[in-house]
Design a protein. Structure first.
Length: 123
């Protein structure tokens, strides 16, 4: 039996600001539905990913900015870095580590992301 991770809830303070941030990064805006005055569901998917993120109102009790360690695998860390910078997102340089090349950034609430280019040992 397959277990497929398909949705991760990201706690934010301002849903519209967060949605705009992720769309600017290249995430696809799949859904934006207000179910009631207390419940709004926004689903966004990184390009090429089978897993999406959910933003909204009434989705989680987690504190905005409390999600750390989110990671997306990319083919080219330098190209990903350029895309993040072009989107106006603050980030440091590409970091070369023994287990991959990384670009680190946070969303407007402080939820922390890493973009990882996998590297072959000895390459």
């Amino acid at each position: 039996m397959d277990w497929k991770l398909e949705l991760i809830t990201i706690p934010v303070t301002d849903v519209d600001r967060a949605k705009e941030f992720y769309v600017r990064l290249g995430f696809n805006a799949d859904h934006d539905h207000r179910v009631s005055d207390e419940l709004r569901f926004v689903q966004l998917t990184p390009p090429g990913s089978a897993c999406s993120i959910a933003l909204g109102e009434g989705l989680t009790d987690a504190a905005p900015g409390s999600v750390k360690g989110l990671q997306i695998v990319v083919a080219d860390a330098d190209a990903a870095h350029a895309q993040v910078v072009d989107a106006g997102v603050e980030t440091g340089p590409v970091q070369d580590l023994p287990w991959g090349r990384f670009v680190f950034f946070t969303d407007p609430d402080g939820n922390a992301w890493a973009l990882q280019q996998l590297v072959t040992q000895g390459a």
